[in-house]
Design a binder for this molecule. Sequence first.
Ligand code: GCU
Length: 378
Amino acid sequence: MTSVNLHGETIEIPDPLTLSSGQKVVSVQDWQTKRRPELLELFRANIYGRAPVERPRNLKFEVVGVQKEAMNGAATRKQIKLSFSGPGGQGAINVLLFVPNRITGAAPCFVLINNRGAKHTDPTRQVQSPFWPAEDLIARGYAAAVFENADLDPDVDDGFKNGVHGLFDARDKPRAGDAWGTVAAWAWGASRVMDYLQTDAQIDARRVAIVGHSRGGKTALWAGAQDARFALVVANNSGSTGAALARGKQGEKIAKINSGFPHWFSANYKKFGDKESELPVDQHQLLALIAPRLLYIASATEDAWADPEAEFASGVAASPVYELFGRKGLSLNSLPKPETPLLDGHIGYHLRTGKHDLTPYDWARFMDFADRHLPRRL
Ligand code: GCU
């Protein structure tokens, strides 16, 4: 165990740098070959559940539309259909992508997991939602990609009949305690979008950020923890079972999230309601799985349900793993004041004044962080 300060108390949390056997992790090699696989397995088995497939062999990409003079000539709009099938039928993810026209060579890209519906992602740009300020991304030289989480799985407790669960899950057996939940299904979709981006010559696949807000933030973290192709992971207001530590957390706790959203996580996670201290992991170890890649955590002052202090403390507790790689994690150990972003370390952080939301202010800080740390590789 190790400890961290949270809400004025010292909280005991599992040590990211000690193997279950008790052996200490002293080298990057120990981390990569022993601890990282062990932690991934613990998160799969106890929290998010296990996806039955990775990239389906029949995954197909079809560019269904290209408009070269979108956003008054600033961007090229591409619409791509990713399709696949499993024993339960056909599925598809529709990706909307804007690429800056002024960039020569491949552009870095921010991919948003959209959990708020297609009204925020108007391809015509007649409606420009502050939730996805694609024009701002283009203006700063980033490609902007988005997909709807509902393409993977509707956000309802449907007994895992619909979405990719219905396509890939075995039908003849009872559902296992570690079968994937809806957040894992959405994260699986993020990796399929990455599969596509790697084939698009206009995108620099080594400089792709995955971004999510709230339930989408939980998803971005699980996608980024598993899939090392994401160079930057951004978790905005991700709260419970996202960036925030479970132990010592205020606002939403494990029992609450499992009763409110029984479909998000594995059945095994239900065992830990009001028993946070029995979990073999805590969320700082999820953050650590992203090391040494870039991670950005964002909180909002009026988001007590997510618990900004628990989100920040988790970043503090993940930092020793970045240090093992010779990188700075968070650059401060105590919660910064609002509108004082921490951009120096490989874990970025800001606290925004206001409500639970994803805003142009948040996006601008994510881009500041990427400008600083995602080097242009020619
Ligand atoms: C609910 C839920 C949170 C989640 C949020 C959201 O408030 O309890 O865990 O993050 O919805 O996705 O907006």
